[in-house]
Design a protein around this ligand. Structure first.
Ligand code: F6P
Length: 512
């Protein structure tokens, strides 16, 4: 049988499986909760530890489905694809590039890992020098970047600076001037540094915001505005041409994708806000997950197991979305981060051979924080017509110092939602009955510290990669974002024809 025929066969096998209710799966297998839960513990020495419990038992993954998905992973040569990733071989075929984000945190082959260490040491020297006052008093950093050059730093800073922020960081991404004005209003120009974060150093939003930030410094009598800029980029020549002194250009390799770049110099604002030790702890937590992902096989491999569930819901049950609810304010930006990671990576319609993929690829990732979301969107999850697989993420240790009642209530609510989604409830009044049988996965982290955040993010990176391998698609390109950029340029130039709707809108907006 050809490998394509074998893959079709496995999907057919999966489609033909019975779909028992979740409660029936538990009845048939009293050990299900422990069999489909896994606790990962990593001792990172001086950098702390990571403890994470993942419970997949409230998903519809049966023994038979897991067997079939393991066969699918084999037919898709998952283990080879994983080695290709870590060995730095070309895994991004459309752009002819490896994907070496793992090497930025110590996972991969010697030359890439050594390069990562050297770049990190260079970043560390600048961070320590700034903390020591070499660039004068620095109280604020305006970090300008968009997409992968902003979402990771924003998430990590929001998550890790609740107690202490060594430098007050403002992440600005939108080209809407209001975003930058808001940062200006919160910063004193005399004690502000600007980080321009852009892999390409060409992105319109970032370069426009960066130019305005320089103007703001000079308008406010900062004598050497360019001397206050740090560039984080895979295009150092362009940053120097733009006017940043080489000593303040922190490069990273072209083979690190934008949405995978938090571990590289794009993480500079995080390191400045939390210090190099915590930044290194974040990398170490991520590296621990790399080790797990690289070593484990089949359902024992947590990111791969998560991808089995994702594939089951997207492609067998045809769920168009998946939701992520963080029962922790510190992870409020996690759904935003995951949207880019998952939707930009796997929101594709053709496979690596350019052939159309049958069925849905990446679901639409959305979510929010608990308990807020319970009072806004959970109605649809419990009684709506859509089937939405849900991820719950909560920390066992509280992030606050108030009465423990707050944290207990938070955790109780988180667990109650998963139980309610699964159990449902009959009632005489149809409006008051809940169908139940709605799946969820729960992640309990010991604490939301730097190492655990790194582990959580790396887990999702590998889950995304594993999904791509199971579908045979390339998760490392993003050509779908280009057309809109080209048309925006065309509108700017005022040249060319547009459809009648866009022409009228351009006139109404004063653009023509
Ligand atoms: O337009 C999409 C994108 O290319 C993302 O993939 C990327 O993270 C973002 O733009 C920003 O790109 P850059 O870091 O080159 O400014």
């Amino acid at each position: 049988m050809t490998s394509n025929a074998a893959i079709t066969d496995i999907w057919n096998r999966l489609r033909d499986l019975p779909t028992p209710r979740l409660t029936d799966l538990f009845d048939a297998d009293p050990d299900r909760a422990s069999r489909l839960s896994q606790r990962l513990d990593f001792d990172l020495g001086e950098l702390g530890q990571v403890g994470l419990l993942a419970d997949f038992s409230k998903t519809h993954l049966s023994h038979e489905a897991l067997d079939a998905f393991e066969a699918l992973a084999e037919a898709r040569k998952f283990e080879k694809a994983r080695e290709d990733l870590f060995e730095g071989r070309v895994v991004n075929a459309t752009e002819g590039r490896p994907a070496t984000h793992g090497a930025m945190r110590g996972s991969g082959t010697a030359p890439a890992v050594e390069e990562g260490e050297a770049l990190l040491a260079r970043m560390g020297m600048l961070v320590d020098a700034i903390h020591a006052g070499t660039l004068g008093e620095v109280k604020h950093l305006i970090h300008i970047g968009i997409g992968g050059s902003a979402l990771g730093p924003a998430l990590a800073i929001d998550a890790l600076t609740r107690d202490l922020e060594l430098v007050d960081v403002h992440v600005v991404s939108n080209i809407d001037g209001l975003a930058l004005e808001q940062a200006f209003a919160a910063c004193d120009p005399a004690t502000t540094l600007i980080a321009v974060a852009s892999k390409t150093f060409t992105t319109t939003e970032t370069m426009t915001n960066a130019a305005s930030a320089l103007r703001w410094l000079s308008d406010n009598d900062v004598s050497d505005p360019s001397g206050r800029v740090v560039a984080l980029t895979a295009n150092p020549e362009r940053a120097v041409e733009w006017g940043v002194d080489e000593t303040r250009v922190l490069p990273f390799p072209e083979s690190v994708g934008g949405r995978y770049s938090l571990w590289s110099s794009i993480g500079f604002p995080v390191a400045l806000a939390v210090g190099m030790e915590d930044f290194r702890a974040m990398l170490a937590g991520a590296q621990a997950i790399d080790t797990h992902f690289r070593a484990e096989t089949g359902r024992e491999n947590l990111p791969l197991l998560a991808a089995f569930a994702d594939q089951y819901y997207a492609r067998i049950r045809e769920c168009q979305t998946r939701a992520v609810f963080a029962y922790d304010e510190r992870l409020a930006l996690l759904p935003d981060y995951l949207q880019q990671l998952e939707m930009e990576s796997n929101g594709k319609r053709v496979d690596v051979a350019g052939q159309p993929v049958e069925g849905h690829t990446a679901p639409i990732t959305w979510g929010g924080v608990g308990t807020d979301a319970q009072h806004a969107v959970f109605q649809l999850l419990h009684q709506g017509t859509h089937l939405v697989p849900v991820d719950f993420i909560a920390s066992i240790a509280p992030g606050d110092e108030l009465d423990l009642a707050h944290h207990k209530a938070l955790l109780m609510n988180c667990l109650a939602q998963g139980a309610a989604l699964m159990a449902g409830q009959d009632a005489d009044d149809p409006a008051k009955s809940y169908p139940g049988d709605r799946p969820s996965t729960t992640f309990l982290i010991d604490d939301c510290d730097a190492a655990t955040l790194g582990a959580l993010i790396a887990f999702h990176e590998h889950r995304t990669f594993a999904n791509a391998v199971l579908m045979g698609i390339n998760p490392f390109d993003q050509f779908g974002v280009e057309l809109g950029k080209q048309i925006a340029k065309k509108i700017e130039s005022g040249e060319g024809d547009f459809d009648p709707s866009t022409t009228r809108l351009m006139q109404a907006a004063g653009l023509r």
